[in-house]
Design a protein around this ligand. Structure first.
Ligand SMILES: Nc1ncnc2c1ncn2[C@@H]1O[C@H](COP(=O)(O)OP(=O)(O)O)[C@@H](O)[C@H]1O
Ligand SMILES: [Mg+2]
Length: 404
């Protein structure tokens, strides 16, 4: 084969990406179908479906498995490599074609290595695709901790657009943490569907689907593994098998986002609570999840620490490419959110803008939650006879008072 002809037909990185996606999709299809067949087996035993139905399903399952194996066995990347070798052989040393042909050969080798890696992982490690603009969709979710216990989540449904900042509020025991644990796949719902970017979460794809998520917990002291801030951020990256070459850059960047870049060589133990939480956030950001969950991440911090973390959450939202779900008792924080999700007794009872939730007369009090400080001030001022337009901004409120 001639160099010119090879160049016209050669495979590229794009083909690798397509192949990765194809295999990933087939893998998903295969595992989903395996799940269904598994359920069908029990149904067959209980006489809930006919033998015929089961047979048809089994045949379909075999067909899908074959399709997957065929895709694994593709020879196109090897053929591409062979062609490149032939081109090198057909060109004479020391002319321009020969140099170019060797470059093509190297490239073809890289593609082939990449292909072999993908096959080795059978498509599992490929980043799962985003099939929807909804970061999170929950549909008729029920959960209980034990068969004798009441439902900890009752028929919960909602959708969150990617890029939104959602505050989740509710009295103790209302089901907030249960919800976050279902989202990260620690708990499995009794009924209902959880979708992340359109992907239905199931036991087969949970490891992949988790790549969408990062979570920061309440207690900053329980989140450290490394002996320095740098080592701590690096830990998650090593687990994810990030290229060692890439790590310093990722660590620096994530530390900068939480303004901890000057503490990379400090021991986590000697940091303040707020700083520790910032490191926990950096460790999460380093893995670049699309969805960040904060489960009362500010509740154990002093006022300064709380303020720092809240600022970072707003900055992350303003950068526009993260969905933030913040479970909080801090009623002032909900003013920063795009929407507020209100839980009570395992039920979702409101899902609206902060203004809608705060302005509903007596609502927050009725479920034993306070109202944000600024709303309280407004209320008292109105009682005292001041004419105040509703605002959730302290500066604006002060301006109005000056005019009064
Ligand atoms: N591990 C558990 N075992 C049994 N019940 C639990 C467990 N964790 C939470 N619960 C119960 O589930 C309900 C919801 O709890 P949770 O989701 O932790 O609420 P929140 O985070 O809103 O305070 C509560 O009634 C709680 O007692
Ligand atoms: Mg909780």
């Amino acid at each position: 084969m001639q160099l010119k002809e090879f160049k016209k037909n050669k495979l590229t990185e794009h083909d690798i990406e397509l192949y990765r996606t194809e295999l990933n999709e087939l893998y998903k299809k295969k595992t989903l179908d395996n799940d269904q067949l598994f359920i069908a087996k029990t149904q067959l035993l209980n006489n809930e479906i006919s033998k015929e139905t089961f047979k048809t399903m089994k045949a379909e399952n075999t067909r899908i498995a074959k399709e997957f194996t065929t895709s694994l066995k593709t020879t196109k990347f090897k053929d591409n490599l062979k062609n490149a070798m032939n081109v090198v052989k057909s060109t004479r040393a020391e002319n321009q074609d020969y140099i170019e042909a060797n470059e093509e050969l190297n490239y073809a080798k890289q593609l082939y290595e990449e292909f072999r890696l993908i096959v080795k992982e059978k498509g599992r490690s490929a980043k799962i695709l985003k099939l929807s603009d909804y970061a999170i969709e929950i549909d008729h979710l029920n959960f209980r901790y034990n068969a004798e216990f009441p439902l900890a989540l009752k028929d919960v449904s909602f959708k969150i657009n990617h890029g939104e900042y959602i505050a989740v509020i509710g009295h103790n025991g209302s089901g907030k943490s249960t919800l976050s644990k279902i989202l990260i796949g620690v708990l499995t719902p009794e009924k209902g569907i959880v979708k992340l970017f359109g992907n239905v979460m199931n036991s087969q794809n949970i490891d992949q689907i988790r790549q969408f998520l990062g979570i920061v917990f309440q207690n900053p002291d329980n989140q450290f593994i490394g002996s320095t801030v740098r080592a701590d951020i690096a830990f998650g990256l090593e687990n994810k098998r990030v290229e060692p070459k890439e790590m310093p850059r990722i660590i620096e960047e994530s530390a900068k986002k939480v303004r901890m870049e000057n503490f990379l060589d400090n021991e986590p133990l000697n940091l303040s609570g707020g700083q520790k939480q910032r490191v926990a956030i950096a460790s999460t950001l380093a893995l670049n999840p699309d969805i960040l969950i904060f489960d009362e991440a500010t509740s154990m911090l002093d006022p300064k620490g709380k303020r720092e973390i809240k600022e970072i959450m707003v900055e992350l939202r303003n950068q526009g490419n993260k969905t933030i779900l913040s479970i909080t008792h801090d009623m002032d924080e909900i003013l920063n959110a795009d929407k507020v999700l209100v839980m009570n007794n395992g039920e979702l009872i409101r899902y609206g803008t902060p203004k809608e939730v705060i302005d509903e007369e007596g609502f927050l009090e009725s479920i034993h939650l306070g109202i944000p400080f600024i709303a309280q001030v407004e209320k008292e001022l109105k009682k005292a006879g001041f004419k105040i337009n509703k605002t959730n901004d302290m500066d604006n409120l002060v301006k109005q008072l000056w005019k009064n």
